[in-house]
Design a protein around this ligand. Sequence first.
Ligand code: GLU
Length: 454
Amino acid sequence: MEVRDPLPGYQGKIRELLEKQGARIGSRIRIVKKPEVYIEGLLMPKHSFSSPSTIVVKLDNGYNIGVAVDSNTRVEIIEEKVRVRAPEKPIVKQTRKELPRIKIISTGGTIASKVEYETGAVRPALTPEELIELIPELADIAVISADVLFSILSENMTPNHWETIARRVSEAIISENVDGVVIAHGTDTMSYTAAALAFALQRLPVPIILVGAQRSSDRPSTDSALNLIGASIAASRLPIGEVMVCMHATPDDSTLLVHRGVKVRKIHSSRRDAFQSINDRPLALIDPLAKKYKILNPRYIPRTSSAEELIVKAKFDDKVALVKAYPGFQREIIDFLVDRGFHGIVIEGTGLGHIATHTLSSIARAIENGVAVVMTTQTLFGRVNMNVYTTGRELLKVGVIPGEDMLPEVAYVKLSWVLAQTRVPTEVRKMILTNYVNEINPIHTAELYPKWSW
Ligand code: GLU
């Protein structure tokens, strides 16, 4: 029989404190922090993402708050277990058949979790009914079908997961004939998956939108509802046949930006507007109230006219490494990868595409052994140019492939995709330098570089 944890998410000292009082999820508790803090409410389960030193309490006004616990904190039980009622089942029925049809595929992360009121478990909340219960606005945007594919944190994604997601998306396009696809994903590695899908699924007849949340849906400051609304508008209405990322444009809840999946990065660990396009303009702006979009980048790939044109190449080689160049880099790192049978290495080089001169012999050896080596830059903005300094020229001479203005992670995903199709060095070079889905931007204008205003 399944034994339910009475205190999911609580560990260590805090767990002991709660256990000592006989508290379990749903107990009405009072937290006393001398001298002046008294908080009363229902003990709530915790996400694995929340801070280990807090107790989460649902206040009578419905808000959940996290209370930091220190050595002066006391917990008292007021009532052992109050039955917490789940919200009534929604009466909203999706009858608006004239609306576009979208598929929401959940892979995990903050956006896809909700606390189950009855059991206290944290689980994906992605049946269409639950989604509409949580975000009623969705029912006016599209007719939704939803699947839970995985429930993982995105740091645990692998190239195998990319393949599975790509296959599920292609099924939704080909067999279910949807007008757009939304993929709920952890934000940490969302841009890797976006790049993987962009290479795996080309000539798209519908938009594919990845979406995540920086704050979970049980927090008042959550961004998950607005992001899902924005992603659903984007997936059901944009004329763009690309893999994209839709997230907050600003820290408030007014607008969302849609970024090209191969030109975007999470550049802040916690802000709601953490995602920014790099070396390219964002593709579109979404106004969630008006349910409208505005195209910001005319250089987009339009939707193809039929699902028959879709190209699916969803294989990735997992023997590829992404290594960062830094002062003190030891060339044994390259030797190790070669000796372990890796097929490709992407270097996140310094500046215009450099790595210390003493690594040159190891890089030459890697290439002689058939390992493809691609150079990118850790400056993120700008393009590698390996003809300017001797270091760059020598790297080119031994056969390093310059990665243009591709983000290091995009070059990593692309090399993994290329190597799953060919290991012939001349072919690999040709494919890395081919611009498949605008992962290379040939023209950088000054406005692409963000600036402070002062
Ligand atoms: N680190 C986790 C992830 O990327 C949770 C945070 C999030 O969803 O953004 O999946």
